[in-house]
Write a new protein. Structure first.
Length: 475
Protein backbone atom coordinates (compact mmCIF):
# COMPACT_ATOMS: atom_id res chain seq x y z
CA UNK A 1 0.00 0.00 0.00
CA UNK A 2 2.88 2.37 0.77
CA UNK A 3 4.37 1.56 -2.63
CA UNK A 4 1.06 2.38 -4.34
CA UNK A 5 0.82 5.64 -2.43
CA UNK A 6 4.36 6.58 -3.47
CA UNK A 7 3.56 5.90 -7.13
CA UNK A 8 0.41 8.00 -6.95
CA UNK A 9 2.27 10.88 -5.32
CA UNK A 10 4.93 10.64 -8.02
CA UNK A 11 2.33 10.88 -10.81
CA UNK A 12 0.61 13.78 -9.09
CA UNK A 13 3.85 15.69 -8.57
CA UNK A 14 5.01 14.91 -12.10
CA UNK A 15 1.75 16.18 -13.59
CA UNK A 16 1.82 19.40 -11.56
CA UNK A 17 5.43 20.05 -12.53
CA UNK A 18 4.60 19.22 -16.16
CA UNK A 19 1.67 21.64 -16.17
CA UNK A 20 3.72 24.46 -14.64
CA UNK A 21 6.80 24.21 -16.90
CA UNK A 22 5.08 23.34 -20.19
CA UNK A 23 3.96 25.63 -22.97
CA UNK A 24 0.24 26.45 -22.73
CA UNK A 25 -1.53 25.82 -26.04
CA UNK A 26 -4.89 27.57 -26.55
CA UNK A 27 -7.67 26.58 -28.94
CA UNK A 28 -7.01 29.52 -31.27
CA UNK A 29 -3.32 28.62 -31.44
CA UNK A 30 -4.15 24.98 -32.16
CA UNK A 31 -6.49 26.03 -35.00
CA UNK A 32 -3.83 28.24 -36.58
CA UNK A 33 -1.23 25.46 -36.35
CA UNK A 34 -3.67 22.96 -37.85
CA UNK A 35 -4.56 25.25 -40.77
CA UNK A 36 -0.88 25.74 -41.57
CA UNK A 37 0.10 22.08 -41.38
CA UNK A 38 -2.99 20.22 -42.63
CA UNK A 39 -2.29 18.15 -45.75
CA UNK A 40 -5.97 18.34 -46.68
CA UNK A 41 -5.90 22.14 -46.62
CA UNK A 42 -2.68 22.15 -48.66
CA UNK A 43 -4.28 19.84 -51.22
CA UNK A 44 -7.47 21.88 -51.69
CA UNK A 45 -5.40 25.08 -51.76
CA UNK A 46 -3.37 23.55 -54.60
CA UNK A 47 -6.62 22.67 -56.42
CA UNK A 48 -7.75 26.27 -55.93
CA UNK A 49 -4.54 27.60 -57.50
CA UNK A 50 -4.88 25.12 -60.36
CA UNK A 51 -8.41 26.36 -61.10
CA UNK A 52 -7.24 29.97 -60.93
CA UNK A 53 -4.44 29.32 -63.45
CA UNK A 54 -6.85 27.40 -65.72
CA UNK A 55 -9.30 30.32 -65.80
CA UNK A 56 -6.50 32.80 -66.46
CA UNK A 57 -5.31 30.60 -69.34
CA UNK A 58 -8.76 30.68 -70.99
CA UNK A 59 -9.03 34.44 -70.51
CA UNK A 60 -5.65 34.94 -72.16
CA UNK A 61 -6.85 32.82 -75.08
CA UNK A 62 -8.83 35.87 -76.24
CA UNK A 63 -5.78 38.12 -76.04
CA UNK A 64 -3.63 38.93 -79.08
CA UNK A 65 -0.90 36.45 -79.93
CA UNK A 66 1.79 36.26 -82.60
CA UNK A 67 3.95 33.52 -84.09
CA UNK A 68 7.04 33.68 -86.29
CA UNK A 69 8.25 30.78 -88.44
CA UNK A 70 11.58 30.94 -90.28
CA UNK A 71 13.30 28.59 -92.78
CA UNK A 72 16.84 29.91 -93.08
CA UNK A 73 17.99 28.39 -95.29
CA UNK A 74 16.36 25.40 -96.99
CA UNK A 75 18.45 23.52 -99.58
CA UNK A 76 16.75 21.31 -102.20
CA UNK A 77 18.36 19.02 -104.82
CA UNK A 78 15.98 16.55 -106.49
CA UNK A 79 14.16 15.57 -109.67
CA UNK A 80 11.04 17.40 -110.73
CA UNK A 81 8.44 17.10 -113.52
CA UNK A 82 8.33 20.23 -115.71
CA UNK A 83 5.80 20.53 -118.63
CA UNK A 84 6.97 21.98 -121.96
CA UNK A 85 4.58 24.89 -122.74
CA UNK A 86 4.90 24.39 -126.52
CA UNK A 87 4.66 20.62 -126.90
CA UNK A 88 2.90 19.75 -123.65
CA UNK A 89 5.42 17.01 -122.96
CA UNK A 90 6.63 16.36 -119.46
CA UNK A 91 10.37 16.66 -118.88
CA UNK A 92 12.06 15.34 -115.77
CA UNK A 93 14.92 17.54 -114.77
CA UNK A 94 17.15 17.92 -111.74
CA UNK A 95 16.70 21.12 -109.83
CA UNK A 96 19.08 22.62 -107.38
CA UNK A 97 18.07 25.64 -105.29
CA UNK A 98 18.31 27.40 -101.91
CA UNK A 99 15.27 29.11 -100.40
CA UNK A 100 14.58 31.34 -97.40
CA UNK A 101 11.14 31.85 -95.88
CA UNK A 102 9.89 34.02 -93.01
CA UNK A 103 6.25 33.76 -91.98
CA UNK A 104 4.57 35.79 -89.21
CA UNK A 105 0.94 35.67 -88.11
CA UNK A 106 -0.80 37.93 -85.58
CA UNK A 107 -4.08 36.48 -84.27
CA UNK A 108 -6.84 38.32 -82.42
CA UNK A 109 -9.78 36.14 -81.25
CA UNK A 110 -13.10 38.02 -81.00
CA UNK A 111 -14.92 37.17 -77.75
CA UNK A 112 -18.31 38.63 -78.73
CA UNK A 113 -18.68 36.85 -82.08
CA UNK A 114 -16.32 33.91 -81.40
CA UNK A 115 -14.52 34.73 -84.65
CA UNK A 116 -10.80 35.17 -85.41
CA UNK A 117 -8.96 38.04 -87.06
CA UNK A 118 -5.57 37.19 -88.59
CA UNK A 119 -2.82 39.35 -90.00
CA UNK A 120 -0.37 37.29 -92.07
CA UNK A 121 2.91 38.44 -93.51
CA UNK A 122 5.36 36.24 -95.42
CA UNK A 123 8.63 36.85 -97.26
CA UNK A 124 10.03 34.19 -99.61
CA UNK A 125 13.38 34.04 -101.41
CA UNK A 126 14.32 31.35 -104.00
CA UNK A 127 17.87 31.12 -105.37
CA UNK A 128 18.53 28.93 -108.41
CA UNK A 129 21.74 28.72 -110.44
CA UNK A 130 20.43 31.12 -113.10
CA UNK A 131 17.64 32.99 -111.29
CA UNK A 132 16.68 34.75 -108.02
CA UNK A 133 13.05 35.26 -107.01
CA UNK A 134 11.53 37.32 -104.16
CA UNK A 135 7.90 37.06 -103.06
CA UNK A 136 6.00 39.08 -100.44
CA UNK A 137 2.44 38.47 -99.17
CA UNK A 138 0.44 40.57 -96.68
CA UNK A 139 -3.14 39.44 -95.95
CA UNK A 140 -5.87 40.22 -93.46
CA UNK A 141 -8.17 37.25 -92.74
CA UNK A 142 -11.40 37.02 -90.80
CA UNK A 143 -13.08 33.71 -89.92
CA UNK A 144 -16.58 33.70 -88.44
CA UNK A 145 -18.50 30.53 -87.51
CA UNK A 146 -22.28 30.82 -87.89
CA UNK A 147 -25.14 28.83 -86.32
CA UNK A 148 -22.68 27.03 -84.07
CA UNK A 149 -22.41 26.69 -80.30
CA UNK A 150 -19.22 28.35 -79.09
CA UNK A 151 -17.23 25.60 -77.36
CA UNK A 152 -14.60 28.16 -76.44
CA UNK A 153 -17.11 30.23 -74.48
CA UNK A 154 -18.39 27.06 -72.83
CA UNK A 155 -14.83 26.17 -71.78
CA UNK A 156 -14.39 29.67 -70.37
CA UNK A 157 -17.65 29.34 -68.38
CA UNK A 158 -16.54 25.92 -67.09
CA UNK A 159 -13.24 27.39 -65.93
CA UNK A 160 -15.06 30.24 -64.11
CA UNK A 161 -17.42 27.82 -62.35
CA UNK A 162 -14.55 25.48 -61.45
CA UNK A 163 -12.73 28.37 -59.79
CA UNK A 164 -15.82 29.30 -57.73
CA UNK A 165 -16.27 25.63 -56.86
CA UNK A 166 -12.64 25.31 -55.76
CA UNK A 167 -13.05 28.39 -53.56
CA UNK A 168 -16.13 26.91 -51.90
CA UNK A 169 -14.44 23.55 -51.46
CA UNK A 170 -11.45 25.25 -49.84
CA UNK A 171 -13.77 27.15 -47.49
CA UNK A 172 -15.66 23.94 -46.71
CA UNK A 173 -12.52 21.98 -45.82
CA UNK A 174 -11.20 24.88 -43.77
CA UNK A 175 -14.46 25.11 -41.81
CA UNK A 176 -14.53 21.33 -41.28
CA UNK A 177 -10.93 21.31 -40.05
CA UNK A 178 -11.63 24.13 -37.58
CA UNK A 179 -14.55 22.17 -36.13
CA UNK A 180 -12.58 18.89 -36.00
CA UNK A 181 -9.73 20.60 -34.15
CA UNK A 182 -12.24 22.22 -31.76
CA UNK A 183 -13.96 18.89 -31.11
CA UNK A 184 -10.68 17.09 -30.38
CA UNK A 185 -9.51 20.00 -28.23
CA UNK A 186 -12.68 19.90 -26.11
CA UNK A 187 -12.43 16.11 -25.69
CA UNK A 188 -8.82 16.55 -24.60
CA UNK A 189 -9.97 19.29 -22.24
CA UNK A 190 -12.49 16.85 -20.75
CA UNK A 191 -9.70 14.37 -20.02
CA UNK A 192 -7.66 17.16 -18.45
CA UNK A 193 -10.55 18.17 -16.18
CA UNK A 194 -11.18 14.55 -15.25
CA UNK A 195 -7.54 14.36 -14.21
CA UNK A 196 -7.95 17.46 -12.02
CA UNK A 197 -11.09 15.93 -10.49
CA UNK A 198 -9.13 12.73 -9.78
CA UNK A 199 -6.50 14.79 -7.97
CA UNK A 200 -9.21 16.36 -5.82
CA UNK A 201 -10.66 12.90 -5.14
CA UNK A 202 -7.24 11.65 -3.98
CA UNK A 203 -6.90 14.64 -1.63
CA UNK A 204 -10.34 13.96 -0.17
CA UNK A 205 -9.66 10.23 0.33
CA UNK A 206 -6.27 10.97 1.90
CA UNK A 207 -7.84 13.42 4.36
CA UNK A 208 -10.50 10.86 5.24
CA UNK A 209 -7.88 8.17 5.73
CA UNK A 210 -5.83 10.43 8.02
CA UNK A 211 -8.94 11.17 10.10
CA UNK A 212 -9.71 7.43 10.17
CA UNK A 213 -6.26 6.63 11.56
CA UNK A 214 -6.75 9.24 14.29
CA UNK A 215 -10.10 7.73 15.24
CA UNK A 216 -8.64 4.24 15.14
CA UNK A 217 -5.89 5.20 17.58
CA UNK A 218 -8.53 6.80 19.82
CA UNK A 219 -10.44 3.51 19.84
CA UNK A 220 -13.60 4.90 18.28
CA UNK A 221 -12.97 3.32 14.87
CA UNK A 222 -12.78 -0.35 13.94
CA UNK A 223 -9.96 -1.87 11.95
CA UNK A 224 -12.44 -2.89 9.23
CA UNK A 225 -13.55 0.74 8.79
CA UNK A 226 -9.89 1.80 8.59
CA UNK A 227 -9.16 -0.78 5.90
CA UNK A 228 -12.23 0.32 3.91
CA UNK A 229 -10.98 3.94 3.88
CA UNK A 230 -7.52 2.73 2.91
CA UNK A 231 -8.93 0.75 -0.04
CA UNK A 232 -10.99 3.75 -1.18
CA UNK A 233 -7.86 5.90 -1.14
CA UNK A 234 -5.96 3.27 -3.16
CA UNK A 235 -8.77 3.14 -5.73
CA UNK A 236 -8.68 6.92 -6.16
CA UNK A 237 -4.89 6.80 -6.55
CA UNK A 238 -5.18 4.11 -9.24
CA UNK A 239 -7.73 6.20 -11.13
CA UNK A 240 -5.36 9.18 -10.96
CA UNK A 241 -2.48 7.15 -12.40
CA UNK A 242 -4.60 5.82 -15.26
CA UNK A 243 -5.92 9.27 -16.13
CA UNK A 244 -2.40 10.74 -16.09
CA UNK A 245 -1.30 8.23 -18.73
CA UNK A 246 -4.54 8.67 -20.70
CA UNK A 247 -4.18 12.45 -20.79
CA UNK A 248 -0.59 12.31 -22.05
CA UNK A 249 -1.57 9.82 -24.77
CA UNK A 250 -4.53 11.94 -25.89
CA UNK A 251 -2.39 15.08 -25.85
CA UNK A 252 0.25 13.42 -28.02
CA UNK A 253 -2.43 12.25 -30.49
CA UNK A 254 -3.89 15.77 -30.63
CA UNK A 255 -0.51 17.35 -31.38
CA UNK A 256 0.05 14.82 -34.16
CA UNK A 257 -3.38 15.63 -35.62
CA UNK A 258 -2.67 19.39 -35.86
CA UNK A 259 0.89 18.74 -37.08
CA UNK A 260 2.63 20.40 -34.14
CA UNK A 261 6.27 19.38 -33.96
CA UNK A 262 7.50 20.25 -30.50
CA UNK A 263 10.81 19.80 -28.75
CA UNK A 264 9.50 20.73 -25.30
CA UNK A 265 6.55 19.93 -23.04
CA UNK A 266 3.14 21.24 -24.09
CA UNK A 267 -0.14 21.48 -22.22
CA UNK A 268 -3.52 22.95 -23.19
CA UNK A 269 -5.21 25.95 -21.62
CA UNK A 270 -8.87 26.91 -21.98
CA UNK A 271 -11.43 28.84 -19.98
CA UNK A 272 -14.91 27.35 -20.03
CA UNK A 273 -17.24 29.62 -21.99
CA UNK A 274 -20.86 28.51 -21.92
CA UNK A 275 -22.34 30.92 -24.43
CA UNK A 276 -26.08 31.08 -25.00
CA UNK A 277 -27.33 31.22 -28.59
CA UNK A 278 -30.69 32.92 -29.07
CA UNK A 279 -31.92 31.35 -32.30
CA UNK A 280 -34.92 29.32 -33.41
CA UNK A 281 -34.79 26.15 -35.48
CA UNK A 282 -36.33 27.87 -38.53
CA UNK A 283 -33.78 30.70 -38.31
CA UNK A 284 -30.96 28.16 -38.08
CA UNK A 285 -32.27 26.32 -41.15
CA UNK A 286 -32.45 29.55 -43.16
CA UNK A 287 -28.87 30.46 -42.27
CA UNK A 288 -27.67 26.92 -42.98
CA UNK A 289 -29.29 26.93 -46.43
CA UNK A 290 -27.62 30.25 -47.19
CA UNK A 291 -24.16 29.23 -45.94
CA UNK A 292 -23.96 25.50 -46.60
CA UNK A 293 -21.07 24.87 -49.04
CA UNK A 294 -22.29 21.42 -50.09
CA UNK A 295 -25.57 22.89 -51.35
CA UNK A 296 -23.82 25.59 -53.34
CA UNK A 297 -21.25 23.15 -54.70
CA UNK A 298 -24.02 20.83 -55.89
CA UNK A 299 -25.70 23.80 -57.62
CA UNK A 300 -22.45 24.48 -59.46
CA UNK A 301 -22.19 20.80 -60.39
CA UNK A 302 -25.59 21.08 -62.11
CA UNK A 303 -24.35 24.06 -64.14
CA UNK A 304 -21.19 22.17 -65.08
CA UNK A 305 -23.14 19.13 -66.24
CA UNK A 306 -25.46 21.38 -68.31
CA UNK A 307 -22.41 22.87 -70.02
CA UNK A 308 -21.06 19.36 -70.62
CA UNK A 309 -24.27 18.46 -72.48
CA UNK A 310 -23.96 21.58 -74.68
CA UNK A 311 -20.29 20.94 -75.34
CA UNK A 312 -20.81 17.31 -76.39
CA UNK A 313 -23.89 18.15 -78.48
CA UNK A 314 -21.97 20.88 -80.35
CA UNK A 315 -19.67 18.26 -81.88
CA UNK A 316 -22.44 17.07 -84.22
CA UNK A 317 -24.14 20.38 -84.98
CA UNK A 318 -24.69 21.80 -88.45
CA UNK A 319 -22.55 24.92 -88.84
CA UNK A 320 -21.38 27.47 -91.39
CA UNK A 321 -17.94 29.08 -91.58
CA UNK A 322 -17.56 32.43 -93.32
CA UNK A 323 -14.03 33.39 -94.43
CA UNK A 324 -12.96 36.82 -95.73
CA UNK A 325 -9.46 37.66 -96.97
CA UNK A 326 -7.94 40.82 -98.35
CA UNK A 327 -4.27 41.35 -99.07
CA UNK A 328 -1.39 42.28 -101.32
CA UNK A 329 1.12 40.07 -103.10
CA UNK A 330 4.12 40.70 -105.38
CA UNK A 331 6.86 38.66 -107.06
CA UNK A 332 10.12 40.30 -108.22
CA UNK A 333 13.68 39.32 -109.04
CA UNK A 334 15.06 42.29 -107.15
CA UNK A 335 14.55 42.92 -103.43
CA UNK A 336 14.40 46.73 -103.72
CA UNK A 337 11.41 46.51 -106.10
CA UNK A 338 9.46 44.03 -104.00
CA UNK A 339 6.88 46.46 -102.58
CA UNK A 340 6.76 48.88 -105.53
CA UNK A 341 3.58 47.68 -107.24
CA UNK A 342 1.85 44.97 -105.19
CA UNK A 343 -1.17 43.15 -106.59
CA UNK A 344 -4.36 42.99 -104.57
CA UNK A 345 -5.94 39.68 -103.67
CA UNK A 346 -9.50 39.20 -102.35
CA UNK A 347 -11.16 35.99 -101.25
CA UNK A 348 -14.62 35.40 -99.79
CA UNK A 349 -15.94 31.92 -99.04
CA UNK A 350 -18.67 30.17 -97.11
CA UNK A 351 -18.25 26.56 -96.08
CA UNK A 352 -20.95 24.27 -94.73
CA UNK A 353 -20.23 21.59 -92.12
CA UNK A 354 -22.99 18.98 -92.30
CA UNK A 355 -22.79 15.90 -90.06
CA UNK A 356 -24.09 12.89 -91.98
CA UNK A 357 -23.31 9.68 -90.18
CA UNK A 358 -21.20 8.79 -87.10
CA UNK A 359 -22.74 5.42 -86.12
CA UNK A 360 -24.57 7.12 -83.26
CA UNK A 361 -21.39 7.75 -81.28
CA UNK A 362 -22.11 11.41 -80.53
CA UNK A 363 -25.73 10.65 -79.66
CA UNK A 364 -24.59 8.16 -77.04
CA UNK A 365 -22.12 10.71 -75.66
CA UNK A 366 -24.95 13.25 -75.35
CA UNK A 367 -27.14 10.70 -73.56
CA UNK A 368 -24.29 9.94 -71.15
CA UNK A 369 -23.85 13.67 -70.44
CA UNK A 370 -27.59 14.03 -69.85
CA UNK A 371 -27.52 11.15 -67.36
CA UNK A 372 -24.70 12.90 -65.51
CA UNK A 373 -26.89 16.01 -65.39
CA UNK A 374 -29.78 13.97 -63.97
CA UNK A 375 -27.47 12.53 -61.33
CA UNK A 376 -26.28 16.03 -60.35
CA UNK A 377 -29.89 17.19 -59.91
CA UNK A 378 -30.73 14.17 -57.75
CA UNK A 379 -27.63 14.81 -55.64
CA UNK A 380 -28.73 18.42 -55.15
CA UNK A 381 -32.12 17.25 -53.87
CA UNK A 382 -30.42 14.74 -51.54
CA UNK A 383 -28.13 17.46 -50.17
CA UNK A 384 -31.16 19.65 -49.39
CA UNK A 385 -32.98 16.82 -47.65
CA UNK A 386 -29.91 15.85 -45.62
CA UNK A 387 -29.31 19.48 -44.66
CA UNK A 388 -32.79 19.82 -43.15
CA UNK A 389 -32.26 16.59 -41.20
CA UNK A 390 -28.80 17.71 -40.07
CA UNK A 391 -30.09 21.08 -38.85
CA UNK A 392 -32.92 19.41 -36.92
CA UNK A 393 -30.47 17.03 -35.21
CA UNK A 394 -28.05 19.84 -34.29
CA UNK A 395 -30.80 22.06 -32.89
CA UNK A 396 -32.25 19.15 -30.91
CA UNK A 397 -28.77 18.39 -29.53
CA UNK A 398 -28.31 22.05 -28.53
CA UNK A 399 -31.59 22.19 -26.64
CA UNK A 400 -31.05 18.79 -25.00
CA UNK A 401 -27.54 19.60 -23.80
CA UNK A 402 -28.63 23.02 -22.59
CA UNK A 403 -31.26 21.45 -20.31
CA UNK A 404 -28.87 18.68 -19.29
CA UNK A 405 -26.29 21.29 -18.31
CA UNK A 406 -28.78 23.08 -16.07
CA UNK A 407 -29.75 19.80 -14.38
CA UNK A 408 -26.16 18.68 -13.76
CA UNK A 409 -25.15 22.12 -12.46
CA UNK A 410 -27.91 21.90 -9.82
CA UNK A 411 -27.08 18.28 -9.05
CA UNK A 412 -23.40 19.10 -8.57
CA UNK A 413 -24.16 21.93 -6.15
CA UNK A 414 -26.48 19.67 -4.16
CA UNK A 415 -23.87 16.89 -4.09
CA UNK A 416 -21.20 19.31 -2.82
CA UNK A 417 -23.50 20.52 -0.02
CA UNK A 418 -24.42 16.94 0.87
CA UNK A 419 -20.78 15.89 1.03
CA UNK A 420 -19.76 18.82 3.23
CA UNK A 421 -22.70 18.14 5.56
CA UNK A 422 -21.86 14.43 5.84
CA UNK A 423 -18.18 15.25 6.36
CA UNK A 424 -19.12 17.34 9.40
CA UNK A 425 -21.32 14.51 10.68
CA UNK A 426 -18.46 12.08 10.13
CA UNK A 427 -16.06 14.27 12.10
CA UNK A 428 -18.64 14.40 14.89
CA UNK A 429 -18.92 10.62 14.87
CA UNK A 430 -22.59 10.56 13.86
CA UNK A 431 -22.12 8.54 10.64
CA UNK A 432 -19.74 5.83 9.49
CA UNK A 433 -17.07 6.03 6.79
CA UNK A 434 -19.33 3.97 4.56
CA UNK A 435 -21.98 6.70 4.67
CA UNK A 436 -19.34 9.31 3.87
CA UNK A 437 -17.99 7.17 1.01
CA UNK A 438 -21.44 7.09 -0.59
CA UNK A 439 -21.66 10.89 -0.40
CA UNK A 440 -18.17 11.17 -1.90
CA UNK A 441 -19.07 8.81 -4.76
CA UNK A 442 -22.22 10.85 -5.43
CA UNK A 443 -20.12 14.02 -5.58
CA UNK A 444 -17.58 12.43 -7.95
CA UNK A 445 -20.34 11.18 -10.25
CA UNK A 446 -22.20 14.51 -10.17
CA UNK A 447 -18.96 16.37 -11.04
CA UNK A 448 -18.25 13.98 -13.91
CA UNK A 449 -21.81 14.31 -15.24
CA UNK A 450 -21.55 18.08 -15.10
CA UNK A 451 -18.20 18.03 -16.93
CA UNK A 452 -19.61 15.81 -19.68
CA UNK A 453 -22.65 18.08 -20.01
CA UNK A 454 -20.41 21.16 -20.34
CA UNK A 455 -18.29 19.58 -23.08
CA UNK A 456 -21.32 18.30 -24.99
CA UNK A 457 -23.02 21.70 -24.78
CA UNK A 458 -19.86 23.47 -25.97
CA UNK A 459 -19.64 21.07 -28.94
CA UNK A 460 -23.32 21.64 -29.75
CA UNK A 461 -22.72 25.40 -29.74
CA UNK A 462 -19.75 24.94 -32.08
CA UNK A 463 -21.89 22.89 -34.47
CA UNK A 464 -24.46 25.68 -34.58
CA UNK A 465 -21.74 28.27 -35.16
CA UNK A 466 -20.39 26.13 -37.98
CA UNK A 467 -23.78 26.37 -39.71
CA UNK A 468 -23.98 30.11 -39.06
CA UNK A 469 -20.50 30.87 -40.42
CA UNK A 470 -20.77 32.77 -43.68
CA UNK A 471 -18.76 30.85 -46.22
CA UNK A 472 -17.41 34.03 -47.87
CA UNK A 473 -15.49 34.80 -44.67
CA UNK A 474 -13.68 31.48 -45.00
CA UNK A 475 -12.65 32.13 -48.61
Amino acid sequence: MKKLLSIALFFTFNFLLYAQDSERLTLDQAIQIGLQNSNTIKQVRSQLEQSRYSLQSWKLYYASNAMLSVDAPKYTNNFREVPDPQTGKIHIIRQDWVSHRAFMIVNQPILITDGNLYLKNSLYNLRQPDDITYQSDITLNYNQPLFKTSTRKISLNIAEINLDRARLNYAKEKRNLIYNITERFFNLLKTQKRLEMAQEAVKRSQNIYEMAKTKYRAGVYTEMDLLRDKVEMANDQTTLMNLSVEYKDHLKAFLVFIGHKNDHEIDIAHIFSLDTLAITESQLLQEAIKNDPDKRISEMDIKLRELDVKQVDAQSQFSIDMNLEYGFSQIENRLDRLLSQPDRSQIASISFNIPLWDSGQNKQSVLAAQENLTGAKLHFKSVNDQLELHVAEIYSSLEKNKKLLEITETNKRDAEKSYQYRLMMYNAGNITSEDLARARDQLNQASLNNLNAKIEYMLAVEQVRKLLTEIEEQQ
